[in-house]
Design a protein around this ligand. Structure first.
Ligand code: 13P
Length: 249
């Protein structure tokens, strides 16, 4: 059974004091929900966030990890380091990692494999750029990102995968994919997984939509049958907005 998920990707925002203040406010405002709620603070604030949310249902997740076990990779963080502080879900493949830090499909596939080998859960992001959408190439791009990042996985591994479709043109721009565009792509993603694996794997994977989700549009986007939740950037930094989006699911 696929679950409903609302995850907040805080990106490079909020220092330690601000992180704890936001977690406190969010915990106080968290609506009753059967959805999984996750937040991804910056690496330096993960351990304290886990402690802060010890008795909360909100899960702390990481924004990235390296594919190597350990070693001479200055500035990087390993999966074991995350597990050691109680973080077992990791975002991999965010478009900002792909665009600004040179993370190719090949690197991302290695990261996914490392995380899964450690029994971590992977929130895998992908999505087309504006030119791809304009030229009608968006389905091909998404298909190849899925194929190169995930389609060498064994069937069982899919239980630990959550997908997040984030069209790059909708991230931080205030321009959201319409609910119809989101539904169309999510249905395409399920069909692509059905073709490569099985209908049951395709129907059981949660597919989140990300890109300028706000309290004002969340309801409509989440009402689509193949949209299982959202990966939220800007609006997850404001407790009232994030709480309203959680309520919408
Ligand atoms: P925004 O919600 O700010 O558009 O960011 C989306 C995103 O990149 C989440 O990972």
């Amino acid at each position: 059974m696929r679950s409903k998920i609302v995850a907040g990707n805080w990106k490079m925002n909020k220092n330690l004091v601000e992180t704890e203040a936001l977690l406190t406010e969010l915990s106080a405002k968290l609506p009753d929900t059967d959805a999984e709620v996750m937040v991804a603070p910056a690496f330096v604030n993960l351990a304290s966030s886990v402690r802060h949310l010890e008795s909360s249902t909100i899960e702390v997740i990481a924004q990235n990890m390296h594919f190597a076990e350990s070693g001479a990779y200055t500035g990087e963080i390993s999966g074991d380091m995350l597990l050691n502080i109680g973080v077992d879900t990791v975002i991999i493949g965010h478009s900002e990692r792909r665009a600004y830090f040179g993370e190719t499909d090949e690197i991302l596939a290695k990261k996914v494999n490392t995380a899964l080998a450690k029994n971590m859960r992977v929130l895998f992001c992908f999505g087309e750029e504006l030119e791809d959408r304009k030229s009608g190439n968006h389905f091909n791009i998404v298909e190849s990102q899925l194929k190169n990042g995930l389609f060498s996985l064994e069937q069982n591994a899919w239980r630990h995968i959550v997908l997040a479709y984030e069209p790059v043109w909708a991230i931080g721009t205030g321009e959201t994919a319409s609910p119809e565009q989101a539904q169309e792509m999510h249905a395409f993603i399920r069909k692509t997984i059905t073709d490569a694996y099985t209908t049951s794997i395709a129907n059981n994977v949660s597919i989140l939509y990300g890109g300028s989700v706000k309290p004002g549009n969340a309801n409509e986007i989440f009402s689509k049958p193949d949209v299982d939740g959202g990966l939220i950037g800007g609006a997850s930094l404001v407790a009232d907005d994030f709480a309203a989006i959680i309520k919408a699911i």
